[in-house]
Design a protein around this ligand. Structure first.
Ligand code: NAP
Length: 320
């Protein structure tokens, strides 16, 4: 495992962070609490020391499962990252939501508290950013949160929020097949020493190569609306996956680990990888065990553009 500081903070996080949207169950199918508990607990044994969640994931279910899974682990041995949703960004709401997350997580501090989506997203009210930031700064002063972060913010929104308090990270969707924020926001983060905590780094499993043409997801699995699976795009995805297999063969690893290795090789970038079971976590934790050469990183970048240059990448990874 490799470790690095999250932006200018003293959080020395594993480059592979465990994502726990799945543990919340909502929008996923056939998620089993026992499996996700094992995955969370087992993640620490692989060297992963950082877990990302959100109160939005199953209305706190994900946060509560994490608390249960780690109830006998010393709190200082792992970092907890959680988020406040876009419809709760008023001053009093942020304070109240943070208290709920602290309770769910059975902890008295959150290492990184993130604005999940900018105000106005998903039909939410537009709360001025200075109001939300004031609440976050108060929580930091009170010791309830150690650091402030944002998610799904553009460079312009990041700049504006930074005027009202210290932000250490942005959490955008980012993978070889999804580069919406690369030019604008990620460049801003790199120039300002902010961390990029990439979500959906496997493009929701597509970059493992396990989904074939016309894959049918179980009822309730939101990935049936993933834009990369659309019939005019997916053949190009398959071409990219076939090319990535050659690198996987060379390093005796999986396509998914080539994709994750490329991602965490980008400056200031960490990968938040979601998992439904322990074996996936153990596999993903090996993504830093080899080093692609600078030339290979460039080749992989170029070949993946067969997808990213041939589709509109804005909004979300999911249709509608
Ligand atoms: N800030 C935000 O707005 C936001 C949005 C989305 C996600 N996130 C965060 O980012 C995390 C990751 O994103 P994500 O879950 O959307 O996408 P992801 O990490 O790209 O994909 C996760 C899915 O990939 C599959 N997978 C993972 N490891 C595997 C392995 N070794 N072998 C085979 N399949 C594997 C699993 O699919 P199966 O379920 O089919 O087994 C898993 O559910 C989330 O859990 C969450 O913490 C944040």
């Amino acid at each position: 495992m490799q470790y690095d500081n999250i932006g200018p903070s003293d959080l020395k996080s594993s480059k592979i962070i465990l994502g726990t949207w799945q543990a919340g169950k909502s929008m996923w199918a056939n998620i089993d609490d026992k499996e996700t508990t094992r995955a969370i607990r087992g993640a620490l044994d692989t060297g992963i020391n950082c877990i990302d969640t959100a109160i939005e994931y199953g209305g706190g279910h994900s946060e509560r499962i994490i608390a249960k899974a780690l109830s006998d682990v010393t709190r200082g041995e792992y970092y907890l990252l959680t988020k406040v949703f876009a419809d709760k960004l008023g001053y009093d709401q942020v304070i109240a939501e943070c208290d709920k997350s602290l309770k769910n997580l059975a902890t008295d501090y959150i290492d990184l508290y993130q604005i999940h989506w900018p105000a106005g997203a998903w039909g939410s009210n537009v709360v001025p950013i200075n109001e939300t930031m004031e609440a976050l700064v108060t929580l930091k002063q009170n010791g309830k949160i150690r650091n402030i972060g944002v998610s799904n913010f553009t460079a312009k929104q990041l700049k504006e929020a930074s005027d009202y308090g210290p932000i250490i990270s942005n959490q955008p969707p980012y993978s070889l097949l999804w580069r919406q924020y690369e030019e604008d926001t990620n460049t801003y983060c790199r120039e300002n020493n902010l961390a990029i905590l990439a979500y959906s780094p496997l493009s929701q499993g597509i970059l493992t190569g396990k989904f074939k043409k016309d894959h049918k997801f179980a009822a309730g699995d939101h990935r049936s609306r993933n834009r990369l699976l659309e019939p005019q795009i997916f053949p190009k995805v398959e071409e990219v996956l076939a090319s990535l297999q050659e690198y996987a063969d060379k390093y005796s690893t999986s396509i998914g680990n080539i994709a994750l290795n490329w991602l965490v090789s980008q400056p200031r970038t960490f990968a938040i990888v979601g998992a439904r079971k322990l074996s996936q976590v153990q596999d993903n934790a090996k993504a830093c065990n080899f080093q692609l050469t600078p030339n290979e990183l460039m080749e992989i970048d170029t070949l993946s553009r067969l997808v990213t240059d041939n589709m509109q990448q804005d909004g979300t990874l999911w249709q509608g």
